[in-house]
Every structure is written in C-alpha cells, then in structure tokens.
Design a binder for this molecule. Sequence first.
Ligand SMILES: *[C@@H]1O[C@H](CO)[C@@H](O)[C@H](O)[C@H]1NC(C)=O
Ligand SMILES: *[C@@H]1O[C@H](CO)[C@@H](O)[C@H](O)[C@H]1NC(C)=O
Ligand SMILES: *[C@@H]1O[C@H](CO)[C@@H](O)[C@H](O)[C@H]1NC(C)=O
Ligand SMILES: *[C@@H]1O[C@H](CO)[C@@H](O)[C@H](O)[C@H]1NC(C)=O
Ligand SMILES: *[C@@H]1O[C@H](CO)[C@@H](O)[C@H](O)[C@H]1NC(C)=O
Ligand SMILES: *[C@@H]1O[C@H](CO)[C@@H](O)[C@H](O)[C@H]1NC(C)=O
Length: 391
Amino acid sequence: MKLFLLLFGAAIIYSSEVLSKQERNVVNVAAYPTKLWKWKLIFFLIHGSFSDDIQTRIRAAMNEIASTTLTHNRPCIRFIERNGPNEFEQNYIYFQPSVGNKSCSSDVGMQGGQQDIFVDDTCWTKPQLMYHTLHALGLWDEHIRPDRDNFVTVHWDNIAEVNRNKFTKLTYESASLLGIPYDYTSLMHIGPYKYANDTNRPTLSVATPGMVIGQSIAMSANDVKKVQLHYHCGVDISHVPQPERLVDCSFERNICNMTNDPSASFNWTRSNTRRDHSNGQGYYVFAEATGNANEIARMVSPTLPPGGYCVIVAYSMSGNDTGRLEIVASDIDKSTVIQVISGRQVPAWEENKTNFISRLSWVLEISAYIGPSQTTGIAMDDVVVYRGPCL
Ligand SMILES: *[C@@H]1O[C@H](CO)[C@@H](O)[C@H](O)[C@H]1NC(C)=O
Ligand SMILES: *[C@@H]1O[C@H](CO)[C@@H](O)[C@H](O)[C@H]1NC(C)=O
Ligand SMILES: *[C@@H]1O[C@H](CO)[C@@H](O)[C@H](O)[C@H]1NC(C)=O
Ligand SMILES: *[C@@H]1O[C@H](CO)[C@@H](O)[C@H](O)[C@H]1NC(C)=O
Ligand SMILES: *[C@@H]1O[C@H](CO)[C@@H](O)[C@H](O)[C@H]1NC(C)=O
Ligand SMILES: *[C@@H]1O[C@H](CO)[C@@H](O)[C@H](O)[C@H]1NC(C)=O
C-alpha cells in the first residue's frame, strides 16, 4: 500500500493502515509540530550589515511569499520582525551574510532557536531569497522528491563527491508530497547545470521533453499550494504573481514568435547536437561559424509595446576569435545596444539579464557576428522578455 507523504522536514512515518481515507487526503502535519512554525508566525531578523537595498529586498521576498499564499484574502503565514527575546519569539530566522562554507544556505523547516539563512551577492535576487525562505518554511528542493526518478535523471558522474548529498533522494518517510505532482516549474527546482563538476555537462536532465527547469522568477502555483496545505490554510491560487512574458522561447519546438531577419547574411538554426540550457538535452539555436566568416545572423522579436522590461538571454560560445553576440533594442528612431558579449572561450552556458526601458514600440534583435577565423560558433537558448525590472 502506498504511504501518503509530506514534502517537508521532520521524519514522519505514516502507515496507510492507520490512516482513514479522509485522513490520507489531508495529512495531519500539525501532529508533528516540530518543523512547522508555531501559530504560522515566522519571526525574523536581518543582519545590520546588509545595505538598505538588500534589506528592502529581503523584506520584499518575505512579503511576496506572504501575499502570494493569502488564502481567500486571509494571511496563511505571517512574517514578523523579532522584537527581542520573549516566549513567543524564541524561534526565528536570521538573514546573515555568508561566512566560509556557510554560504547561500537555509535549513528546511523550523529548527528551533535562531535559524540562520546565509546569503550573499551570488544568491540574493528576490526569487533566490524566496527560495531560501521557503526552505525555512519547510519546502524541500523539488529534485530530491522521493519520486524524482520518474521525472529527472541525475548524472552522478558529473557531481563531485562533496556535492553528492545535494542530490540524495528523500525517503517516502521523510517527505510528504501533499498530493501535489512533480513540478518542473517550481521555484524550488534547480537548473540542469547546478553543482556540475564539468559545467559543459548537466547534472540533471528531464524525462519530459521540452520542460524548462531552474526558473528563478516567482513561486509556481504548486509552490503556493505546498505552503497553504503544509500550514493548513486551505488552497487559493488566485493571485500567484507572474510577470507578463512577451517573449519566452526555449526553442524546444520552434523559434516561437521570433523570426530570422532575412536581411542578415545567414540564419540562426535550431540544433540539439550538444546540451541545451533549458533542461540539459533539448534544443537551442546556433549561429554556425564555419563558412560564415565576417557574417551576421540576426533573430528578431515581434514588436513590443513601450515600457520597462527584463531581457534574459542564455548563450554559449566556443572558439577563440572575435565573434560576438549583440543584444540590441530598435525602435523607429534608433537602435540601442543592450549588451555585447564577446571573448568567451568557455563553452558552458551563461545567462545575461538586463533591464531595458523603451518609450516607443521596439523590437529585440539578437545578432551573432562571426569572426574572420570562423572559430566562434554561438549558441543561444531561453530568450525571455518580461515586463518590469529583472527579478
Ligand atoms: C564547514 O566547515 C566546518 C569547519 O571547517 C566543517 O566542520 C563543516 O563540516 C563544513 N560544512 C560543510 C557543509 O562543508
Ligand atoms: C571533477 O573535475 C576534476 C577536474 O576537472 C576531476 O579531477 C574530477 O575527477 C572530477 N570529478 C568528478 C566527480 O567528475
Ligand atoms: C509571443 O509568444 C508568447 C508565448 O508564446 C506570448 O505570450 C506573447 O504574447 C507573444 N508576444 C507577442 C508580442 O506577440
Ligand atoms: C533565413 O530565414 C528567413 C526567414 O525564415 C528566410 O526568409 C531566409 O531566406 C533565410 N535565409 C537563409 C540564408 O537561409
Ligand atoms: C551581461 O553581459 C555584460 C557584457 O558582457 C556584462 O557586463 C554583464 O555583467 C552581464 N550581466 C549578467 C547578469 O550576466
Ligand atoms: C584559436 O584559433 C586558431 C584559428 O584562428 C586556431 O589555430 C587555434 O588552435 C585556436 N586556439 C585554441 C586554444 O582554440
């Protein structure tokens, strides 16, 4: 018989025999209160050495978790700044700068007493802060779910000994799935190259072709449900904020609503001959160097309305000459270079993220310039343009 399981914290052993059907639909986490935050209150402190900007962002991360998990307009959980030692505020999270090997880390579930969340400039975007905070609330990484082998393949041969434990599967006794299916789109899902020893090869790839893993934008609807069910709030996913994506292409099936500029000298073409950025095994587009010395390939977005945007492009360049990737915004008056990326000799995927504001309607143009020696082929994947500043 199947055990019914919790995706969170404590070692909880259920036997299906002792649970009625009703009980199996709603796991009684509250019977095991140790890793849940009492009264659904999470007291917090923020280390004074963080700049005002970072402190504001840490608060914004907590606010977004709280507002996104509102259940029928009532708070599910609340974050409250700790005033001082008293019987209610014994347990609290403490955002601190990373020190030594305690870097970008947060324990899963309420630990008791002061509970440190270590962050630094490699992990303090708002979505990353939400990820660490959700750990403290009790959410595990998605890729270690007990059933993960049906959804992802772990490439152990590319994971150094010291990082292997980051991929250790949870047991059905230590985690509950809350009836929520495996979620590739979870904020709690790492990307395909995380912890890679050889960064040209993935550590994770997906069983369902086309799925993109490792988003760092916002909680998914299932992430919201996990918090709401875990804290017994009921489910309400009517206000899960997602930025409006005017371009969002992983090139898995086609080049979406982008086009190759016919006035360029050659075209970006879809390929899957090497590992892609989306999931370690799918498609990307490639500007072939061989035969295209001093030529240009250009991909163009549809016309986008005026406004502020975040432009994200994943790229990878091999070879050693002067080829470059240019990201340009063009309106009726002028072209503005958003980014020029050149001189990369590591074929590993990298991501470039830039804020851009346009007063006029504009198009995004992404050009590959091939150098004279035809050695720098350029690959591109996961082009995203969403409204608002980069998160
Ligand atoms: C971090 O460093 C301390 C002291 O050097 C060591 O005891 C501990 O095991 C390390 N932790 C990890 C996760 O590597
Ligand atoms: C990781 O890379 C280093 C150096 O490239 C190599 O010596 C080591 O064997 C690799 N380990 C794994 C687990 O791939
Ligand atoms: C491009 O396609 C995406 C998704 O496929 C869609 O959401 C977006 O509105 C489209 N953008 C434009 C400008 O048509
Ligand atoms: C590139 O693609 C465009 C649009 O699909 C097409 O019009 C053009 O002929 C192609 N150019 C080359 C050199 O294949
Ligand atoms: C994007 O690329 C530019 C030019 O190489 C670089 O200065 C910038 O730091 C990159 N941004 C990110 C977020 O990678
Ligand atoms: C750099 O490119 C030249 C051709 O322009 C090639 O002969 C050489 O082997 C390349 N070097 C490396 C390290 O790739």
